[in-house]
Design a protein around this ligand. Structure first.
Ligand code: TYD
Length: 230
């Protein structure tokens, strides 16, 4: 049986991780076999790479950064993603290869050719079935990140990049989505998490139903809800 790989992408503070959790809970409630994972850090060795990569105190050279994200991905693809897909699971990954194209490509300035060679090497050609791009302006997402930093969660090295960096990353993501409209869906995250979750369900539920991965037990779209009889 072949599973489905859905990746969640977007700039820091775009709200993708919250949406991933909400969708995973919903799909499980519908009987879906869901695996939640992430990059960097989706494997035990990946967790150690993640700690090194995101350490706010560490000066990480951009080339090192590119190669370590790729190493994390190689481990993730071979040890987690492929085995889960082979047994037919619905895999939700918080970031994948598009993040390297956006952050290390547009953000750090590595050439598209080099990035695509390294992505190919690490992924062995594994392409997501669906990619949700959570989009929000850099001003709004930075405000969210600042609020998060003011709370319990610590910021990481990439959170603290300047707004121009995040603007380049956002534009690169939108450019990738424009080039592969079949694979990407852009989801605006203005408004409440619940409203965004409804939009996500409207995209994902029919997609998974068409692949035979879930049989919906409740209407996905607000618009398709039964109205009260008069
Ligand atoms: P993420 O776990 O999404 O951050 P958080 O949950 O703290 O919001 O990603 C961590 C950071 O790693 C994020 O700033 C994006 C960056 N990143 C890259 O630069 N390249 C990559 O290939 C990946 C997967 C992530």
């Amino acid at each position: 049986m072949v599973g489905t790989l859905i990746t969640f992408e977007g700039i820091d503070g775009s709200g993708k991780s919250t949406q991933l959790r909400l969708l995973a809970n919903f799909l499980r409630s519908q009987g879906g076999e869901v695996l939640v994972t992430r990059e960097p850090g989706g494997t035990p060795v990946g967790l150690r790479l993640r700690a090194a990569l995101l350490d706010a105190q560490e000066q990480v050279d951009p080339l090192t950064e590119l190669l370590v994200f790729a190493a994390d991905r190689a481990q993730h693809v071979r040890r987690v993603l492929r085995p889960a897909l082979e047994v037919g699971q619905i895999v939700l990954s918080d970031r994948y290869a598009d993040a390297t194209k956006a952050y290390q490509g547009a953000g750090r300035g590595f050439s598209a050719e080099l990035i695509s060679e390294i992505v190919q090497l690490a992924t062995e050609g594994l392409i997501p079935d669906l990619t949700l791009l959570f989009d929000l302006s850099v001003t709004e997402s930075s405000a969210r990140t600042r609020r998060r930093l003011a709370g319990r969660q610590k910021g990481d090295r990439l959170d603290s990049e300047d707004p121009e960096f995040h603007t380049r990353v956002r534009e690169a993501y939108l450019g990738l989505a424009g080039k592969e409209p079949e694979r990407f869906r852009i989801v605006t995250t203005k408004g409440s998490a619940e409203e965004t979750h409804e939009r996500v369900k409207e995209i994902v539920v029919p997609f998974l139903e068409a692949r035979g991965q879930i049989v919906s037990r409740e209407p996905a779209a607000a618009g398709s809800r039964q109205t009260q009889p008069l």
